[in-house]
Ligand binder design. Structure first.
Ligand code: GRF
Length: 203
């Protein structure tokens, strides 16, 4: 359906957030469709999920000695060929460059398993447990050149329970995260959003 907005989703692992978006897009009323799924590595379940849904995939590997700027350019080119209305980083574990972001201004969102600005980075759930926090949550935000520092779009709270380990807590977070991500992306695509400095308002 041409009227539907175009999503390109980037993954690095299991892809359960991607799966939630794919399932939501199956309903035309959602107003968006995943036109391509990209990854920084092959052989991950996230890519299998896209293939099963009949969505084109691409892999732009980042080798140890690779030129980071060249990688960002190649990745941006692949993403751009999907002509995305929104680029969704759903468990994508690489930092994209300012040049990458300039290709899709205010149109790259990320989901993070903590209540930013608490616990940015790739070890958020482990750090939450180590700190002894009693509540944590999920943040969907616009991506800016920093690490998990972009303007917040939506957040949801998740309790930390006695006896939680990284796996149990991350699973509880992810059960909330996929709902928040689907709701937030859907509203952004159907109704639009405004960005004023650090304030993002869903219309
Ligand atoms: C998500 O919790 C995401 O926020 C974090 O890693 C997890 C990826 O999960 N960066 P999946 O690949 O979507 O299942």
């Amino acid at each position: 359906v041409e009227s539907s907005r175009r999503l390109v989703v980037l993954v690095s692992g299991e892809g359960t957030n991607l799966q939630a978006l794919l399932s939501a897009c199956a309903d035309e009323a959602y107003g968006a469709r995943v036109v391509a799924v990209g990854a920084d590595r092959d052989g991950i379940t996230g890519l299998r999920r896209a293939e099963e849904a009949g969505v084109p995939t691409f892999v732009v590997p980042l080798g140890a000695g690779d030129d980071r700027d060249a990688w960002n350019r190649a990745l941006a080119d692949r993403v751009a060929s999907g002509q995305p209305d929104l680029v969704v980083l759903a468990g994508f574990m690489k930092i994209v460059s300012p040049d990458f972001l300039d290709r899709f201004p205010q149109r790259v969102v990320n989901t993070h398993p903590a209540l930013l600005p608490a616990f940015p980075g790739s070890r958020a759930v482990q750090q939450t447990l180590a700190y002894g926090a009693k509540v944590t949550g999920v943040t969907v935000h616009l991506v800016d050149p920093g690490v998990d520092t972009g303007p917040v779009i939506a957040q949801a709270v998740v309790p930390v329970l006695d006896g939680d380990d990284e796996l149990s807590l991350h699973e509880r977070i992810k059960s909330v995260e996929r709902v928040l991500l689907v709701e937030t992306v859907g509203r952004m695509m159907r109704d639009g959003y405004d960005v004023d400095g650090r304030q993002v308002r869903l219309r």
